[in-house]
Ligand binder design. Structure first.
Ligand code: ASP
Length: 309
């Protein structure tokens, strides 16, 4: 197994499949238990280091580590010495001195987890770095697709909206390509990154044309905190051209699913009607996130096998 998980590109097909299979075993191991806890990582320390706001990912990593019986230290950068100007390197040395076996880091600077991985001896897991990557999100998305649709190979996946600012899109394109799915990126030219032609994905500006051919539509949050208003004309215009609503949902094949990593801008990239429909996997994605993060921590920290506990 790999030592750090910094990018979805760190995972080859075999390793990614192992993570998804292990997540399935985690689910099965938890299903039969009254007490939702496995002793596999007893005595290990997992530090959650969050420099940027997060609800789902922070709670999910915390739940995953706790369900594996690891000791979890959650370090919110706000209110710590970081707000007094302590550098990432000094924080890393502190974590090192505390003997962290794994550090889960979210940071607004792309590349911060790579830096950290040079300073600590434990494993580093990227929980979102700037607009760069969010590999465990891609893993939980792949797990959700496989679970709902039975396969990834040959699946047609449209990733729609603010691709430019989305680490979720980057990690998904890389992982889905590795796992044999075909990705189409859909959005206005202003919200597609320069150099997107070099990504292993198709590009389309016409959402309606893409819909009938896709098994999965993954909506992205419009990341207003990372942009100024020149990126798109108005929220209404964006919703009209690139929002997922009931009319568009009806254009999808019968079996197709609609995904969103959260947090959603209801009424902007997705209407409440779609978000709360049976085709939406949004809530499943959250619960699958815990199983996938359990699998990643278990494989990276080398716990005992789920069937042995
Ligand atoms: N929660 C995801 C992330 O942290 C997606 C988003 O924020 O839109 O990247």
């Amino acid at each position: 197994m790999i030592r750090h998980l910094l990018s979805a590109a760190d995972l080859d097909r075999e390793t990614a499949t192992l993570v998804l299979d292990t997540a399935g075993q985690m689910d099965a191991a938890m299903a039969g238990r009254e007490v939702k806890k496995l002793p596999t990582l007893r005595g290990r320390t997992v530090v959650n280091l969050f420099y940027e706001d997060s609800t789902r990912t922070r709670i999910s990593f915390e739940a995953a580590a706790k369900r594996l019986s690891a000791d979890v230290i959650t370090f919110n950068a706000k209110g710590s010495s970081v707000s007094k100007g302590e550098s990432l390197k000094d924080t890393a040395l502190t974590l090192e001195a505390m003997g962290a076996d794994a550090v889960v880091i979210r940071h607004s600077a792309s590349g911060a987890p790579h830096r950290l991985s040079r300073w600590v001896s434990g494993s580093v897991l990227n929980a979102g770095d700037g607009t760069h990557e969010h590999p465990t999100q891609a893993l939980l998305d792949a797990y959700t697709m496989r679970h709902r649709l039975g396969r990834l190979d040959g699946l047609n996946v449209a990733v729609v909206g603010d691709v430019l600012h989305s680490r979720v899109a980057r990690s998904n394109v890389l992982l889905l390509h590795t796992l044999g799915a075909n990705v189409t990126l859909v959005g206005p030219p202003t919200l597609l990154p320069v150099g997107v032609e070099g990504w292993p994905a198709e590009v389309s500006y016409d959402f309606d044309a893409v819909l009938p051919k896709h098994d999965v539509v993954m909506m992205l949050r419009v990341q207003r905190e990372r942009m100024n208003d020149s990126y798109f004309p108005s929220a209404r215009e964006h919703a009209r051209r690139y929002g997922m609503d009931a009319r568009r949902m009806a254009m999808l094949p019968e079996h197709a699913i609609v995904m969103h990593p959260g947090p959603m801008n209801r009424g902007m990239e997705i209407t409440p009607e779609v978000a709360d429909s049976p085709r939406s996997t949004i809530v499943e994605q959250v619960s699958n996130g815990v199983s996938v993060r359990m699998a990643v921590l278990y494989l990276m920290l080398g716990g005992s096998r789920p069937e042995e506990v």
